[in-house]
Structures are given as structure tokens and as C-alpha cells.
Design a protein. Structure first.
Length: 291
């Protein structure tokens, strides 16, 4: 069984992130990669739904905010593309398996392979050791980080998008399904940056506005020198506090950086913001992590 030492828990509390190496076996990683390939092979995405995934604020508002496809993906398995892979008519310029950026946001609920990993006994054990009493899974994603074009993810806090009252109730589980290196776009963190609240929130916009989401507040300019890289080998798990500042660079290498990630909320004594883009639905209330 995966076990987290008291020392590691303390490190997570101090830094806002923690790596558990070799958490998944190579077979578990490969089985998720094969499943993602099967999903992509079977995907038919209508041209008008071809949302490019972007984390730059203006582009986020334009592409995702005006897109019902993104906003209603919380309880479905949907496909999002890298920047620059679509022509002006929404046709792919590259084969679909080379163009896809991510699959989200309910793999944990609707796909047997990802559901099994999400609720695996070793994941449940880690959550218990961290003292989570009623963790519920709020979203999941498969991220491809394609060779040469896998886009950068600008500095952010996950709680910007997944806001709770009080703060401090969101935890990300991030699994490296291939080696994540500085060359192919590993995560970078500002250690200890999870202790000063959230500087920016993405909220559902008031009806009648041109986009469906808007940002409240702004992301401060973080000095590059404050970030440290976190290379992780295949099978490693990174635990990510909801308010820690992190980013990843463009993948300029020739190898992809596949990742499966999901977020849990400690539901005990906390509430999910009604302004969040992602909302539980009657079809998919947030499922308990514990089975």
C-alpha cells in the first residue's frame, strides 16, 4: 500500500506540493495511455466545437468563455485542441492524435480505466493519510502536451478555477504517465506560495455578457527566479495544493508528456462556489473518492 510519511505530509504543508515517486506501475501508466489513444481514435468532434485549449487570459475568455462545449464538459468526456492546429474553418491541420491537447472533465466517472485509477485503494489510502474525511472528485483531465507544440500553461493557482469556501479544500492528484522533464514541459512551482489566498478567480459571467466566464482580480507577475522545476519520472504522483502557484513551459522536445490528473475537494464543512465554471449536475453529483 502506498504510504505517506509524517515528514512528507509536513513537506506538502510547507511547500504546497509533494512528489511520490513510482506510485503507479509502468503497466498502469501504459494502460491509461492506451485508453486515451482509444478515446481519441473514436472521437468525432463537430467543427464548431473545436475549442482550442489555452491558458492566456484573453484567449481563455474568447475560446472557452464563448463556448458552451467547454462550459458543459464537467459531466462529460470532451476533447480540446492545441493552439494552431486548426485552420480558419475549424479543420485539423495535423492528424487528430497529434492535435489533441486534453480530454476532460469527467473521465473519472465515465471511463472504466480512469475511474479505476481515480478510486484505486492506493489513492484512497493517500487521501486518508492526509486526513481527508469526505473527499469528492470534482474533475479529471488527460493532458497530452504534444511534442513541439504542447502549449505552455501560464502561472496559476487551481483554486482560481475551482473555488471553495473556505479556501484550502482543493487537492490535485497529477500522475506522470511518461517521464516529465524540463525539456518536455514538466511542472514548475513556487514553494510556499499556497499560503496567501487566491489572487484571481474565473467565474460564470452574468447573463447577457458576450462570454460565459470572466476573471475577477488579476494574476500578479511572478518572477521566474521564484519557480523551481519538478521533473518526475513515469509513474510518479504529484500532490498539488489548490492554492500553490505553478506553471509548465511549452514542450519544445520531440517526446510527449502524457499526464492524468484529477482534483478532489474536502466536502466536510466546505462549500463549492456557485460561480465556478464547473458545477455538479443531477446526472453527475461529485462522487465520493472513497468507495
Amino acid at each position: 500500500m502506498a504510504s505517506v510519511s509524517q515528514q512528507q505530509i509536513q513537506k506538502l504543508q510547507e511547500d504546497g506540493f509533494l512528489v511520490l515517486e513510482h506510485f503507479l506501475s509502468p503497466e498502469e501508466c501504459d494502460s491509461m495511455r492506451r485508453q486515451a489513444q482509444r478515446l481519441v481514435a473514436g472521437m468525432e468532434v463537430p467543427a464548431h466545437c473545436r475549442t482550442e485549449f489555452s491558458t492566456r487570459e484573453e484567449e481563455q475568455l474568447q475560446a472557452q468563455g464563448s463556448s458552451d462545449y467547454f462550459l458543459t464538459s464537467g459531466d462529460k468526456i470532451r476533447f480540446f485542441f492545441e493552439k494552431g492546429v486548426l485552420d480558419e474553418r475549424g479543420n485539423l491541420l495535423l492528424p487528430k492524435e497529434k492535435s489533441i491537447s486534453k480530454i476532460g472533465h469527467a473521465l473519472h466517472a465515465h471511463d472504466p480505466v480512469f475511474k479505476q485509477v481515480t478510486h484505486s485503494l492506493k489513492v484512497q489510502e493517500v487521501a486518508r493519510q492526509l486526513g481527508l474525511e469526505r473527499p469528492v472528485v470534482v474533475q479529471s483531465m488527460y493532458i497530452f502536451k504534444q511534442p513541439g507544440i504542447g502549449g505552455e500553461v501560464t502561472p496559476h493557482q487551481d483554486a482560481t478555477f475551482l473555488h471553495t469556501e473556505p479556501l484550502g479544500r482543493i487537492l490535485g492528484f497529477w500522475f506522470a504517465l511518461e517521464d516529465a522533464t524540463q525539456e518536455n514541459g514538466c511542472l514548475w512551482f513556487i514553494p510556499g506560495s499556497h499560503t496567501s489566498g487566491v489572487s484571481r478567480r474565473m467565474v460564470r459571467a452574468s447573463p447577457g455578457t458576450s462570454s460565459c466566464v470572466e476573471f475577477v482580480g488579476s494574476e500578479p507577475a511572478y518572477a521566474d527566479s521564484h519557480f523551481i522545476p519538478l521533473p518526475v519520472s513515469k509513474g510518479g504522483l504529484v500532490l498539488i495544493h489548490g492554492e500553490v502557484v505553478h506553471k509548465s513551459d511549452l514542450n519544445s522536445s520531440e517526446s510527449s508528456r502524457h499526464v492524468y490528473t484529477f482534483h478532489v475537494m474536502e466536502a466536510k464543512d466546505s462549500s463549492w462556489s456557485r460561480e465556478n465554471w464547473l458545477q455538479p449536475t443531477p446526472e453527475l453529483p461529485f462522487p465520493s473518492l472513497y468507495t
